[in-house]
Design a protein around this ligand. Sequence first.
Ligand code: IYR
Length: 221
Amino acid sequence: MTKYEFVPFSFHEYAPPEMLERSAAFYDELRRRRTIREFSDRPVAREVIENCLRAAGSAPSGANLQPWSFVVVSDPETKRKIRAAAEEEEREFYASRAPPEWLAALAPLGTDEHKPYLETAPYLIAVFSRSYDLRDDGTRVKHYYAVESVGLATGMLIAAVHHAGLASLTHTPSPMNFLNQVLDRPASERAFLLLVVGYPADDAVVPDIRRKPLEEIATFV
Ligand code: IYR
C-alpha cells in the first residue's frame, strides 16, 4: 500500500465561551432525541436521507476501510417482506427464544412482536457491517474493528437524522440474517441494525424514561 499524501488540517477553533455554549447547545439538541415506535407515513425527501448517510460515512473506521453498507428501503413490497420476516423472528423471540430475564427487562417498554412501523415509516435503513472488501482480482481486503466502526457510523447516522428533524427507531430483530436474503447482500456483509426513519405519528407516545446522570456514567481521575 502506498502512503497517503499528508495535507494541512483545517481545524476550526472556537473561543472558550463559544466552545462552552456550543457543547451545551449540542447536548440540548441530542437529549431531545427519542426512539419512537409510532411513525407517520408522511413522505421525506430522499436528499435528506442522502445527507444523513454522508454524515454517517464520515465516521472514523479501522484503518479507514469504511466497512459499512447502508441499504435504504422505501419500496412498499420490500418493506412488506422485511416486516413479515422480522415479525416471524420476533414472534419466536417473545414466545420462546428470549430468556425470562430479557423479557423482564423489556416489559417496561411494552414491546411485542408486532412491527407495523416497518411498513408505515417512509424509510428503513438496513446497516451492514462488511468483514472484507473484494479486490477486482477476487482477493480479500480484510477489515479491522468492523463492528465497532459500524457502531460509530450508526451513532452518527442517528444523530444526523435527529438533527434533520426526523425520528428513528433502532430495530434489531434477532437473528437478522433474513436481511441478507431480502436485500440480496453478499456473504461479506452482516446485518448490524435496521434503522426506521420518518416523522412520528401525530399521536406518538414515548415511555417516560430517565437517563443516567453524568456522575453515574462518567468518572474523572
Ligand atoms: N428485537 C425485539 C426485542 C427488543 C430488544 C431490545 I435489547 C430492545 O431494546 C427492544 C426490543 C423487538 O424489537 O421487539
